[in-house]
Design a binder for this molecule. Structure first.
Ligand SMILES: [Fe+2]
Length: 203
């Protein structure tokens, strides 16, 4: 009988805090239904398989040896928590500041180039998944896609980096507000990136 369980984390803001980029309705469904379901199914899999751990990340490191339910629902639990914490209320002039602004210039040449590359990566992801900004061991930044609910901490994912920011490009993240227009959602997404949080996540 596994005793390790996770809980649905509270959103770090009100449901309407990201409007008009992400509607209150989307957040209610995305957090209250989708994220809750990942939490419930992850807990059910931990229980059914008798898995104990002190940290979800420890499970990701051996995820290839665990069931698809742990990989998919554990990833869904963790990735969404990280996603909510990556966002804040919209600002038309939302731009990176401090150290992350310097690193973006060093790695991509300019903020505009970063926006172009990150957008292209999110648009090119076939099906469902996540677009990440991460910091590699040498300090440089990387833009990387993972399919489904995978993330860099999983042993099945080759690319390794410290995740700084993520964008959910599953249809459930934007369909109510943008229907099939993922590129329009991505364009708006830059207004709600919490660059202070991204700076806090730097090594
Ligand atoms: Fe999602």
């Amino acid at each position: 009988m596994a005793t390790f369980k996770v809980e649905l984390p509270n959103l770090p803001y009100e449901h309407n805090a990201l409007e008009p980029v992400i509607s209150s309705e989307t957040l209610q469904v995305h957090h209250g239904k989708h994220h809750q379901t990942y939490v419930d199914k992850f807990n059910a899999a931990l229980e059914a398989e008798g898995i104990e751990t002190e940290d979800v990340l420890n499970l990701f490191e051996i995820v290839s040896k665990l069931s698809p339910a742990i990989r998919n629902h554990g990833g869904g639990y963790w990735n969404h928590k990280f996603y909510w914490e990556s966002l804040r209320s919209p600002n038309e002039d939302n731009k990176p500041t401090g150290k992350i602004a310097e690193l973006i210039n060093e790695s991509f040449g300019s903020y505009e180039n970063f926006v172009e590359k990150f957008s292209a990566s999110g648009a090119a992801l076939f099906g469902s998944g996540w677009t990440w900004l991460g910091q590699k061991e040498d300090g440089s930044l990387i833009i990387h896609n993972t399919p489904n609910q995978d993330n860099t901490y999983m042993d099945i994912v080759e690319e390794k980096y410290n995740p700084l920011l993520t964008m959910d490009v599953w249809e459930h993240a934007y369909y109510i507000d943008y229907q099939n227009k993922r590129p329009v959602h991505i364009q708006e997404f830059f207004k709600i990136i919490n660059w202070d949080k991204v700076n806090d996540r730097l090594n």
